[in-house]
Ligand binder design. Structure first.
Ligand SMILES: C[S@@+](CC[C@H](N)C(=O)[O-])C[C@H]1O[C@@H](n2cnc3c(N)ncnc32)[C@H](O)[C@@H]1O
Length: 327
């Protein structure tokens, strides 16, 4: 093989290993992994070397020792690797069976860790619930709009640098922690209303080494959109307000629109915060109703172009929109 061809194959292997790692730690759906590349490599090389490398970047990686994806997910992932390897007729890998045996002997729990790898190195690791909705809340897992907004923030760090940022409906904390880690805000206030979500949020903030004493200074506040006063908002004094996936229920979207209209009304033009709301559009009526309510309250909006680079794994076919409010 010519030298240039060899180095481009090595480059592709590196990219595929990275993709496996990013997808594994975020617990992406197994069909979304680059299996075709693996199959072709097994066929052409007749060796299980690539599977061994995939294993090192996933189940045997030190991050997995510290912040492991769910037991069930690891079991399915390892079984899939074994199935592919056995189908190829290449020599079996003992370490693959050892890893599966270890996982099979581990008890399943209702919580697991998900890690979202950052482009500059390191990861945001979060304790999340396995079920999308549990304990009467949607706030114990990371939603796609949070990943979209975090990707946008990584590409627009200047919006946050040196600013006081308030996040509404923070949930498990992905967007805010990514902003704190990558965009140099001065202060970051996470908020939510649900007591289990607030507890998880505090744990995740701490897990990622953030506190009142760090730079940025970080706090987690109970802030219910139905009961937040103009006074409280003024006290927080946010320059930037962000929120991801908070428009999903017509009842609560109404109270959010009202709160945001207070934000846009109570500030003078010079100190008007920039407000960004990122939504997965599941139901046009709910989303349209939210925008309509904002209009009725005298708040306009512009649609902001989305992120260009794919950093986090999520379904790119989902309809996600980022808007910036104006008056
Ligand atoms: C779909 S989750 C989104 C969580 C996170 N932003 C994300 O995108 O992963 C919606 C969040 O809004 C919070 N929420 C719902 N109603 C609220 C209210 N009235 N006041 C404050 N937060 C609320 C929920 O507790 C939940 O954490």
């Amino acid at each position: 093989m010519a030298l240039s061809e060899q180095s481009s194959v090595q480059g592709s292997v590196r990219e595929v290993l990275k993709e496996f790692q990013v997808s594994f730690f975020a617990m992406s759906r197994l069909p979304s992994f680059p299996w075709t590349f693996v199959e072709k490599d097994l066929q052409s090389s007749g060796s299980s070397e690539l599977i061994s490398q995939v294993l090192k970047q996933t189940c045997l990686h030190p991050l997995c020792r510290k912040f492991a994806p769910s037991v069930r997910y690891r079991r399915l992932f390892l079984s899939e690797l074994i199935r592919r390897l056995e189908a190829s007729g290449c020599e079996p890998l003992d370490e693959l069976y050892d890893a599966l045996a270890e996982v099979v002997g581990t008890e399943e729990t209702t919580e697991c860790y998900k890690s979202y790898l950052l482009p500059a190195g390191g990861a945001v690791s979060l304790m999340e619930n396995i079920a999308l909705i549990s304990e009467g809340t949607t706030g114990l897992v990371t939603w796609e709009a949070a990943l979209y907004l975090a990707e946008w923030a990584l590409e627009n760090q200047q919006v946050f640098a040196g600013r006081t940022v308030l996040e509404l409906g923070s949930g498990a904390g992905l967007t805010g922690i990514a902003v704190c880690r990558s965009c140099s805000p001065k202060r970051f206030i996470f908020s939510d209303c649900h007591c289990r979500v607030l507890q998880k949020l505090r744990d995740n903030v701490q897990l990622n080494g953030l506190s009142e004493q760090t730079t940025p200074a970080v706090s987690v506040e109970k802030l219910d959109w139905t009961a937040t006063s103009e006074e409280e908002l003024r006290e927080i004094g946010a320059d930037i307000i962000i929120a991801a996936d908070v428009v999903y229920d017509p009842d609560i979207a109404g109270s959010l629109a009202k709160l945001l209209s207070i934000v846009m009304r109570c500030s003078s033009a010079e100190v008007l915060p920039q407000v960004f709301v990122c939504s997965t559009i599941r139901n046009l009526e709910t989303y349209g109703g939210f925008k309509q309510q904002l209009e009725t309250e005298g708040v306009g909006h512009e649609v902001i172009p989305g992120p260009v680079n794919h950093v986090f794994p999520y379904n790119r076919q989902s309809a996600i929109e980022l808007i910036k409010l104006c008056r």
